[in-house]
Design a protein around this ligand. Structure first.
Ligand code: CAP
Ligand code: MG
Length: 474
């Protein structure tokens, strides 16, 4: 098969893990799947729609993409793996990678569906990045949980927007006093007139001090600085002038900001030694339809760039993502070696030594009744974050915070939440209000997938992307 005068298919090609990017696509269109694969490879590397008089052997040999595998589902749809040589890409320039591999191909007229499942980054590329400076253990150190290794408990002040700085900080104080480690701004709260960023910061620092004297804990605050670049710099400079590294994390709406601004602002937070909190609002706009990019692609970039803690979903709460996929996202946050999982559309990859683990954040629709289930899914190296699940507690914020902490204490003691609730009224009230989600169904699902991985992979490869989505969507 040939597209634009050249064939990019080379089934004998074996990607080089040190030097090649590998990208796994799902595609469907009006041409044969082989021709679709050629079109994707051409448009994302050296070619175009017709033969070029300007092509030469050197360009063809060194910079072209190679389609080395096609998992044909029917004549016009299937999975495609393409390898790209590192020389194709600019150094330390994620925007250029995205314009190449995640760019024009989505607009090709002949394609009815195109989905990028996963990318594996070669070690040489990764070595250009410094990864998280604080990461999992650095954030644990800030919160004082390095020894106990208990899950962190976080909250988002609700209502999302509208409270004055003083009102907001009072809710934060009540949360800390009830045992919460981390209070964060919501993704859509930055510097509105009713709650100016600086006023909120000052009031929250006071709340941290006051609560810390009562709880003996070092409480944390993720302050949302998301804005145009120059304003983010002003805010991070200000945090640095105030010397708030011990308690404040710089929060960024990472997907909305885009890689370019993110790369630079992370250089600044690293210079000042601030830990960072990545909120992923917006990612699902390019994740759920016929055309899209799986969040695991972005997550890998965020780890390379050095986000210290990152939202990844919950598997049981209000946001999309089946438990097995969320488990994968958790692994991308804190493992070095990732397996190939065809039933999830996930590729094998190793993170370069030195690209530290991130702390994963489970958030979205959580409450104390879900803590056991989330810990069964992610283990204890995670931050369980509940907004409405704290501030919607019938006893108010402080009791809501206590209910979350009690659920965590129960996990650490190995006691199921309903049992622990018999002697802890705040937890009992949360379970009564929202019900208990048993970890049993999560454990069963993970075990089932583990046991039937080969069969599930075979079915996915035979039936295509939407069969896999049954697994990915709840
Ligand atoms: C959670 C949250 C987060 C979501 C985003 C919200 O609040 O603050 O933005 O967690 O999803 O406003 O929805 P609740 P994800 O606890 O009140 O649901 O973490 O999956 O990126
Ligand atoms: Mg939010």
């Amino acid at each position: 098969m040939v597209y634009g005068g050249y064939s990019y298919v080379d089934y004998k090609y074996v990607p080089d893990k040190d030097n090649d990017f590998v990208v796994l696509f799902w595609a469907k269109g009006s041409m044969s799947i082989e021709k679709i694969a050629e079109a994707i490879a051409a448009e994302s590397s050296v070619g175009s729609w017709t033969k070029l008089k300007t092509m030469n052997d050197f360009v063809w040999k060194h910079y072209r993409a190679r389609v080395f595998w096609i998992g044909k589902v029917d004549s016009k749809s299937g999975f495609i793996k393409i390898a790209y040589p590192i020389e194709h890409f600019d150094s330390k320039n994620i925007s250029q990678f995205m314009a190449s591999v995640l760019g024009n191909i989505f607009g090709l007229k002949e394609l009815e569906e195109l989905y990028v499942f996963d990318v594996s980054f070669p070690i040489r590329f990764q070595k250009q990045f410094s990864g998280p400076v604080h990461g999992l253990d650095g954030i644990r150190k800030m919160a004082g949980t390095l020894k106990s290794r208990r899950p962190h408990v976080g909250t988002i002040v609700k209502p999302k927007v509208g409270l004055t700085a003083k009102e907001w900080a009072h809710v934060a104080y009540e949360s800390y006093a009830g045992g919460i480690d981390l209070v964060k701004d919501d993704e859509n709260l930055v510097d509105q007139d009713f709650c100016k960023w600086k006023d909120r910061l000052h009031e929250t620092v006071k709340a941290i001090e006051k609560a810390g004297n009562e709880t003996n804990q070092n409480h944390l605050y993720s302050s949302n600085v998301t804005d145009r670049y120059s304003r983010m710099v002003e805010r991070v400079d200000y945090l640095n002038e105030m010397g708030l590294q011990k308690n404040v994390l710089v929060m960024l709406d990472v997907y909305i900001l885009g890689m370019s601004a993110l790369e630079d602002i992370l250089e600044l937070t690293k210079k000042y030694k601030f830990a960072t909190h990545g909120h992923r609002a917006g990612y699902a706009a390019a994740n759920r339809g016929n055309f899209g990019i799986n969040f695991q692609v972005y997550e890998k970039f965020y780890r390379l760039l050095g986000i210290d803690q990152l939202h990844i979903g919950t598997g049981v709460g209000k946001m999309e993502g089946a438990p097995v996929m969320i488990r994968r996202l958790h692994n991308i946050a804190d493992q070095f070696k990732l397996d190939e999982k065809p039933y999830l559309g996930s590729l094998a990859m190793e993170f370069a030594p030195g690209i530290n683990p991130m702390l994963s954040i489970a958030s979205g629709g959580l409450n104390a009744g879900m803590v056991d289930a989330v810990v069964a899914l992610m283990g204890k190296d995670t931050n369980l974050q509940a907004g409405a699940g704290v501030h919607g507690h019938p006893g108010g914020t402080r009791k809501g915070a206590m209910s979350m902490r009690q659920a965590i204490d129960a996990v650490m003691k190995g006691v199921p939440a309903p049992e622990y609730a018999k002697t802890h009224p705040e937890l009992a009230q949360a379970l009564k209000t929202w019900r208990y989600v048993s970890p049993r169904s999560i454990i069963k699902e993970l075990e089932f997938v583990e046991k039937n991985a080969a069969k599930l992979s075979a079915t996915a490869l035979k039936k295509g992307r939407w069969k896999m989505q049954v697994l990915n969507e709840q």
